[in-house]
Structure formats: structure tokens, C-alpha cells
Design a protein around this ligand. Structure first.
Ligand code: ADP
Length: 261
């Protein structure tokens, strides 16, 4: 069991003896430590591309050979891209974590799937992957925050593409029952080892940091997904087998998070 921390808030002396009021501050301390770790992680993640840009720019200033200079410029652009992606993911995450900012509306979940499929069409083609979308033939209305759900689904499809090998298939699907919709993203990629499956939803946790970096990952995608699902009082399921593939499934109440069913 986690160690508990108590703080003495007040003491009194009366005719029965001494009274001490203590408060259990364990949860407060835990949150402080989570925040400290987060700030340390963010600082580290930001320092890496910034440091690289400075070094590359210094090398560029000394370089006379045009093709080498051109290569250095390209690497500065890549590191700059990485920095921009990191900042954008951090902003998304903090906006989504602020659960109060959820904007609910009713919309057809098929249009969400269609929008995400279109957005990743070109990326999938370039990675030599088939991207399929399976949706019901009739409108599938749901109450939710469209921007947040699109961001969650996009992160799942982005991962499915990043962690697949050429020739594979990525499938986005939508199913609905009377009270639930199920959005699923299935891939035939590298899979996730069982020991990592619990931790991949933590910020900056990666199974293989080198592969994540090489494909432009920030380690924040799945924490964004987890918070979006929490904001909708939904459930998130992962099944995966190494070397075979992974399926991420979001189950959301059709009436939205405030439906109370
Ligand atoms: P990243 O930006 O590194 O992809 P995420 O938070 O989106 O960060 O995912 C965390 C880690 O979970 C990834 O680094 C990867 O190791 C693993 N992962 C996520 N999705 C998949 C997938 N579809 N197939 C295999 N591994 C995955």
C-alpha cells in the first residue's frame, strides 16, 4: 500500500489532555509529485529538439560546402517540426484535461470517421498501407465533443499507421447499439508487449522511444485519447499481439457524458 502522509493542523490542550487535528495529505503530495514529474518530462522533451537546433545552426554557420549546408538546413527544419508538434500536442492535452471545456453537440458519428479517414488517406498511401473505414448505412447520432473525439480517433489512426509495416491494413470502424457507439481502430502492425499495455496511456511513455521519435511521435497521443474517453464517460479497450497487430476500441454512451444512464 502507498505510504500515507499526515500533517498536524492544530493542537489543543484541555482538561482531558491534548487534542491533535491531523490531515491526510497523501493525495495532495501524490498530485504534487505527478506535476513535478510532468514538468521535468516536458522540459526534457523540449530541450532535445531545441539543443539540436542550436548545434545544427552553429555547424551551419561554419559550413561552406553547399550540399552539407543543405542537409543541415533540412535537419533544422525537421527538429523545428518536432518542436511544433510537441507544443501542439501539449496544448491539446492541457485543453482536453481541463474537463470543464467539453463542448457537447449531437452529430452523425459516420462523418467523424469519414473526416479522419480522409485526413490520413495520403499518409497511409505513402506508407504503403490500405486504410479502410466501415460505417453503418444509416445515420449514427451521438452526443459528444466533436473536436475532442476527432482528436482521439486521429491519434489512434496516426499510431496504427506509424506502428505498421508496409503492405498492411488499417481499419477504422463504427458500430452502434441503442445506447452505445463503438469506434475501433485495428492494425496489423508490430503489436504492444503485454507488460507495456497498462502504461502506454501515461504521458511520454513509449515502448520503443527510438521508433516513436523516428516516426514523429511525442508520447502524448494515447494520454490525449484516455482523457477524451474519460470526458465522455466512455471506455477504452486495447487488444494486441506482438507481431500480429492491435485494436483500440472506444465505447461511448450515445446520449453523451451527462446522460446519467
Ligand atoms: P507516440 O507519440 O510515441 O506514438 P502514444 O502516446 O501515441 O505516443 O503511444 C505510446 C506508445 O504506445 C507508443 O510509443 C508505442 O510504443 C505504443 N503504441 C501505441 N499505439 C500502437 C499501435 N497501434 N501499435 C503498436 N504500438 C503502439
Amino acid at each position: 500500500p502507498p505510504r500515507r502522509t499526515f500533517l498536524v493542523r492544530r493542537t489543543w490542550l484541555d482538561d482531558r489532555g491534548q487534542l491533535i487535528l491531523v490531515e491526510d495529505v497523501s493525495e495532495l503530495r501524490r498530485l504534487e509529485s505527478v506535476r513535478r514529474d510532468f514538468v521535468a518530462n516536458v522540459s526534457h522533451e523540449l530541450k532535445t529538439p531545441v539543443g539540436a537546433i542550436v548545434l545544427l545552426a552553429e555547424a551551419l554557420a561554419q559550413e561552406d560546402e553547399p550540399t552539407t549546408a543543405q542537409r543541415l538546413v533540412q535537419r533544422i527544419v525537421d527538429e523545428g517540426d518536432r518542436l511544433a508538434r510537441l507544443v501542439s500536442d501539449l496544448l491539446d492535452l492541457s485543453r482536453i484535461e481541463e474537463g470543464s471545456g467539453v463542448v457537447l453537440a449531437e452529430f452523425d458519428a459516420r462523418s467523424l470517421v469519414e473526416a479522419v479517414r480522409e485526413r490520413f488517406d495520403e499518409t497511409a498511401r505513402r506508407a504503403d498501407l490500405t486504410l479502410d473505414a466501415l460505417v453503418p448505412v444509416t445515420p449514427t447520432m451521438v452526443v459528444g465533443d466533436r473536436w475532442q473525439l476527432e482528436s482521439a480517433l486521429s491519434n489512434l489512426v496516426d499510431n496504427a499507421i506509424k506502428y505498421s509495416e508496409p503492405g498492411g491494413t488499417v481499419e477504422i470502424s463504427l458500430d452502434a447499439s441503442d445506447d452505445t457507439i463503438v469506434l475501433a481502430v485495428r492494425d496489423e502492425g508490430i503489436g504492444i508487449p503485454a507488460r507495456d499495455r497498462e502504461r502506454i496511456f501515461e504521458r511520454f511513455y513509449r515502448v520503443d522511444a527510438a521508433r516513436s521519435r523516428a516516426t514523429g511521435g511525442t508520447g502524448l497521443g494515447l494520454s490525449i485519447v484516455r482523457h477524451v474517453v474519460e470526458n465522455h464517460r466512455g471506455r477504452l479497450n486495447v487488444t494486441s499481439m506482438e507481431g500480429v497487430g492491435s485494436t483500440f476500441e472506444l465505447r461511448l454512451p450515445r446520449g453523451g457524458p451527462n446522460d446519467g444512464r
